[in-house]
Design a protein around this ligand. Structure first.
Ligand code: HEM
Length: 276
């Protein structure tokens, strides 16, 4: 696995480096920097360089630009596709919600292509997407590492320990969500996020604070457009051979050693480490 990881790492780096160098050369030759993320990063980088001079170590290095491109690609791609996939699975399991969503979508857009203005009128679709993000958040843990010894809630944590925020557990905890916490019930979001849980802050599929997901509005817009276009034209059901066995593959909880799963929590079946 480590060998494969290192191969993938080097290959991505090589491809991105090639793209960056090609683009930098084109910009130097006077071509416009194209209106995409890489163009914006390089533009802002060149501006920094011109304003502060190369010697001042301002702007991003090629390594930084490579990492930013990887972050956007990885953070933006699989997360949103997991949201769309789970939405289709849950709408297949709950045909009444599929019908409610279709009625709303057809009312707002008919059979025409969804537009931005119409998306803000989608109440049921939004409730459904929130409930899917609550039950099947694409990121199941968020990790933080204190850079110096810090006290939190009366406990002092040394620098370097990994603190894991168990997003999935909090999203499924009856203390915060009531007895039906494990059921799919988009109705709980009918009065918005703040009224859905018993305490504020129990719903954070996009993280929070200064490192909150930068793509959250874009992701919800993408997901709404995707679901609308599917639901306008198709009805869907689960395959009879479908077996419900959710399994997290993106986010790995570094604080646990491989095979150290205690198997005692309700969620070990979601966990990459535990058997399922
Ligand atoms: C359903 C879709 C998505 C979910 C659930 C999601 C979730 C998250 C979460 C939980 C974080 C915070 C990680 C942490 O605090 O450690 C995060 C960060 C981030 N996300 Fe998303 N994300 C989604 C879609 C996207 C999209 C579409 C993009 C880009 C177009 C994106 C770009 C980013 C970036 C760049 C960060 C890092 C922000 C920073 O560290 O300052 N995400 N995302």
């Amino acid at each position: 696995m480590n060998k494969r990881r290192s191969q993938v790492y080097n290959e991505m780096k090589r491809i991105l480096k090639g793209m960056i160098e090609k683009r930098e050369k084109a910009i130097r030759m006077g071509e416009s920097s194209k209106n995409d993320l890489l163009g914006l990063l390089l533009d802002s980088n060149m501006q920094e360089g011109q304003e502060h001079g190369k010697s001042q170590d301002k702007g991003m290095s090629t390594e930084d630009v490579i990492e930013e491109c990887k972050l956007f690609y990885i953070a933006g791609q699989e997360t949103t596709s997991a949201l769309l996939t789970w939405t289709m699975i849950l709408l297949s399991m709950y045909p009444n919600w599929q019908a409610n969503a279709r009625e709303e979508v057809l009312q707002v857009f008919g059979k025409s292509t969804p537009d931005i203005e119409g998306l803000s009128h989608l109440k049921i679709v939004t409730m459904i997407l929130y409930e899917v993000l609550r039950l099947y958040p694409p990121g199941v843990f968020l990790d933080r590492k204190p850079y110096k010894a810090m006290e939190l809630g009366g406990i002092t944590y040394p620098s370097g320990v990994i603190l894991s925020l168990p997003l999935l557990f909090i999203h499924n905890d009856p203390t915060f969500w009531g007895e039906d916490a494990k059921e799919f019930n988009p109705e709980r979001f009918s009065e918005g996020i703040s009224k859905a849980s018993k305490v504020p802050g129990a719903f954070f599929p996009f993280g929070g604070g200064p490192r909150i997901c930068i793509g959250q509005n874009f992701a919800l817009m993408e997901a709404k457009i995707g679901i609308c276009m599917i639901i306008q034209h198709f009805s869907f059901v689960l395959s009879p051979s479908y077996i419900h066995a959710p399994h997290s593959v993106i986010f790995f909880n570094h604080s646990m050693e491989l095979n150290s799963c205690c198997k005692s929590c309700d969620f070990y079946s979601y966990c990459e480490i535990g058997p399922f």
